[in-house]
Unconditional design. Sequence first.
Length: 551
Amino acid sequence: MEGAREVRAHRGSELHAKGWPQEAALRMLQNNLDPEVAEHPDELVVYGGTGRAARDWRSFDAIVRELESLEADETLLVQSGRPVGVMRTHEWAPRVLIANSNLVGDWATWPEFRRLEAEGLTMYGQMTAGSWIYIGTQGILQGTFETFAAVAQKLGRESLAGTITLTAGLGGMGGAQPLAVTMNDGVAICVEVDRSRIARRIEHRYLDVEAEDVADALARAIEARDAGRALSIGLHANAADVVPALLAMGAPIDVVTDQTSAHDPLAYLPSGVAFDDWAAERERDPAAFTERARASMARHVEAMVGFQRAGAEVFDYGNSIRAEAQLGGFADAFAFPGFVPAYIRPLFCEGKGPFRWAALSGDPEDIRRTDEAILELFPDDAHLHRWIRMAQERVHFQGLPARICWLGAGERHRAGLRFNEMVADGTLSAPIVIGRDHLDSGSVASPYRETEAMRDGSDAIADWPLLNALVNTASGASWVSIHHGGGVGIGRSIHAGQVTVADGSPLAAEKLERVLSNDPAMGVIRHVDAGYDEAERFAQLQGIPIPMRRG
Ligand code: NAD
């Protein structure tokens, strides 16, 4: 792409902007495009198909310029990756407000979105790409680890030891799968069409080995399973061919899922198209390519359902593959559930979700100190302790050192305040930026994923993420974003993000306390409203007021 160059976030305690909130936004934008972090940085693509950090390189330069000169009572407005205004606000207001990929309902289709994108009028922001809080594959690792732990439990096992998981997609998010399976002591076969993605995951120690072919993958998997050894195996092939082939062979697979970029049919390689021809083919005739991709997804999902009928645990991992397969002609695509109703919703009822932070210093020692602080703050949470210890040992940092752990309402603000104290007293060498994925308990409406099968049928109600963004704006977040189409594709989701900076100041402490209390409380409220008793009990416990339950 024109203007492409290599970007890395500033490090250390010297400011390049007029305050830490502005500096934090600048560093996190840069960090999203660090070649260690982004999947395709030249194209400004961070992860998730074409999830971008800025619309084009000219826009990137303009955002950087504006952030460098932005005052502490000004707010920069970003419209789908392009800076469009600077407004006089006040010091409690966010320094940046972002709206990405939003379209009016009837126009919210991939063809219309692509037309507008080609005109240079919009960009796809995914979730944390366009909102500048992507931290590399670790960002999804704990969620994936939790999900596979829940799968083991559902299978009546203590771990995945002695089982084989079959999945596909080793991209920015999908690349977490092999490590999450081996952290749960299982064996994984991960199918990927792009050999460079397999190499990248091996280099980052997320994936153990690459197999020569299907037979080799299966033989190695069975051998490791029988020896009770955890192992992840990359297989260079097309999932639309391999998953049906393994089913036909009667392969002993226990768990099946998928994280190819199925949400965008142009980002799923159809069977019969060579990897090297992918870009040219989709450009030549996007509509025909979409049809071929959907037909392949139909075969792929039909085989997943076949595995389910043969007794495997099968779930959709949030990429919309069931909906695309249905469009491709496979009527029974929704035979297996999405991962949120199957495993994650009880956590959402307590406002629990992917809380994350990054050290603006660039010093891994700062993250080690915050890890220890988390362990001290929550001494009785054995699961959290196991996760932090394992992450310290096995997670390779990409870009600015960062950490993720799932915390809920009543917990997050305590972590934020502690980090702020540690910045203030010099325990940490520079401020910490605290954010989360949009895939959180109260920040997203996505009927094929986070809000699938809500108890009251409110799956498609999108008032919640909008209220979430407004609440975070009103509570003092450093930057707030509203996106459309992340995770599952255009027309299928609306979601919001927030990032708040712990710079050690008393003002930051006040903001952190409010934002990190109110943001997860939105998740509790949303689930109380949808009729989840566990959320109602939790709201009472935490003293979260629910107006319709009063009086
Ligand atoms: P990505 O674009 O970085 O990676 C997708 C990978 O799939 C690519 O490496 C691509 O080569 C590969 N692929 C495409 N077609 C294939 C085929 N037919 N066979 C085998 N491999 C194929 O995307 P990502 O960031 O890894 O995200 C993957 C999907 O998961 C997306 O749809 C994303 O929206 C969704 N997602 C899920 C979660 C979650 O929590 N489950 C979170 C975020 C995103």
